[in-house]
Design a protein around this ligand. Structure first.
Ligand code: NAD
Length: 419
């Protein structure tokens, strides 16, 4: 891995900027640049054909000043230890910004899960969780789904942990199926949260989201629910896409009808729209709000000066490169950063965890209402900080979000006597 593509280098750069904005010393940077703990585990897996393959996994716990570590586990053939560490640092900031009582954690196994049978995947998942069981726990570290891990994997984790520790530890992971302590609202949470972030930025820029045009790149969990709820809020969803391409209707699309077509035929392209467009064209549409909800690094130095949206609301993680963001900031385009715009998932995970600890008490309506309240509060906290404390010409909304997040962690470390 080259240094330029090391996400840990990027994460440390962002930390350094926040330290400068907050006027903190290098000492604090040194404390936060390195995770509290990284556990590497070896998982020898007996395959269905009787052979044995060895997989490597990690759990990184970046900072626990605010509470138990929290963050997902990804299964991917390219996962590296530095990537897991960087992601755990980003989780520290996301959880801190969201006002949750959590530190940041992240896990990963270097594996292509699509090449495993279901029983191999189950054995791998159970072995990984058992191997990290000494450092995870309801009050220690609470994993969740991430790339290529899902509610079934979370159930294997929870069950294995409960077997090893001889109890019923529902709160040791979040993102579980409904039958074992999950919440339906976890499924809609990220997209719903993104829709609220888009609604709030629209209020600031245009007075209301009603009648405003929106393009959504990516029509999976985050993209579909963002489109659905923005449509319900009165926005006009003029374009959506998936990995095969996009569709455009000047008068607006019905997100549920598009989803039904995608479910039936595998792509949004079969929806009878005014015209088909490419993913590149979607990003450059003349809309009020652009929601990248697919993959990272889609708005780059190369296309940033052709982006016409007034606001970019990041449902995906890292869709805008730092170079592109500079160009957008200069052009007066507001980027609502991922750690704010897609925090709905982890906010709902917190509600699930609280609910598990209370023995299953909250209603879905109450859970959704709490998510909305948190998203609105957090959005305004960042917007107000950006307006009142930073030079808006020099710093973007992401810098404001990071500064708030780092500040809260540093305050907790001071109070606890760590620094
Ligand atoms: P998903 O797999 O459900 O959906 C991804 C969608 O993106 C699919 O429609 C796919 O066709 C499309 N896509 C893939 N490659 C594409 C490309 N090159 N161009 C255009 N579209 C492409 O995934 P998701 O859970 O919706 O996650 C999407 C993004 O949101 C990711 O960056 C993820 O990290 C982020 N995110 C998701 C959650 C969550 O709770 N789901 C939480 C936080 C962040």
């Amino acid at each position: 891995m080259s240094v330029e593509h090391d996400p840990l280098v990027e994460a440390r750069k962002q930390l350094k900027q926040s330290i400068e904005i907050l006027g903190l010393g290098d000492e604090i940077y040194q404390v936060l640049a390195v995770p509290d703990r990284v556990l590497q585990v070896k998982i020898p897996l007996k395959m269905d054909d009787g052979s044995v393959k060895v997989f490597i996994g990690w759990r990184s716990q970046h900072n626990g000043a605010l509470g138990p570590y929290k963050g997902g586990v990804r299964y991917h053939p390219d996962v590296t230890m530095n990537e897991v560490i960087a992601l755990s640092m980003w989780m520290t900031w996301k959880n801190s910004l969201a006002g949750l009582p959590y530190g940041g954690g992240k896990g990963g196994i270097r594996v292509d899960p699509h090449r495993l049978s279901k029983s191999e995947l189950e054995r791998l998942s159970r072995a990984y969780f058992e191997a990290i069981s000494d450092i995870v726990g309801v009050d220690q570290d609470i994993p969740a789904p991430d790339v290529y891990t899902d509610p079934q994997v979370m159930t294997w984790y929870f069950d294995q942990f409960s077997r090893v520790k001889r109890g019923q530890y529902f709160g040791v992971v979040t993102g579980k199926p409904l039958e074992v302590g999950g919440l339906y609202t976890r499924i809609i949470a990220t997209g719903y949260g993104t829709a609220i972030a888009a609604r709030e930025v629209a209020k600031k820029l245009f007075g209301s989201v009603e009648g405003r045009t929106v393009a959504v790149q990516g029509y999976g969990n985050a993209g579909y629910y963002a489109a659905k709820f923005l449509h319900e809020m009165g926005a006009i969803i003029v374009a959506v896409s998936d990995s095969r391409g996009g569709i455009y209707n000047s008068k607006g699309l019905n997100p549920d009808e598009v989803k039904a077509i995608k479910n039936k035929t595998g792509t949004v392209l079969n929806y009878p729209a005014e015209k088909k467009i490419t993913n590149e064209e979607l990003l450059e549409l003349d809309v009020d709000i652009l929601v990248p909800a697919a993959i990272e690094n889609v708005i780059t130095e190369e296309n940033a000066d052709r982006i016409k949206a007034k606001a970019v609301v990041e449902a995906a993680n890292g869709p805008t490169t730092p170079e592109a963001e500079e160009i957008l900031t200069k052009a007066g385009i507001v980027v609502v950063p991922d750690i704010l715009a897609n925090a709905g998932g982890v906010i709902m995970s917190h509600i699930e965890w609280v609910n598990n600890r209370m023995g299953g008490w909250i209603t879905e309506e109450e859970a959704q209402r709490r998510l909305e309240y948190k998203m609105v509060t957090n959005f305004n906290k960042v917007w107000d900080y950006w307006e009142s404390k930073l030079d808006k010409e020099k710093y973007n909304m992401r810098a404001a979000a990071y500064a708030i997040a780092v500040d809260r962690v540093v305050a907790a470390m001071r109070l606890r006597g760590w620094i």
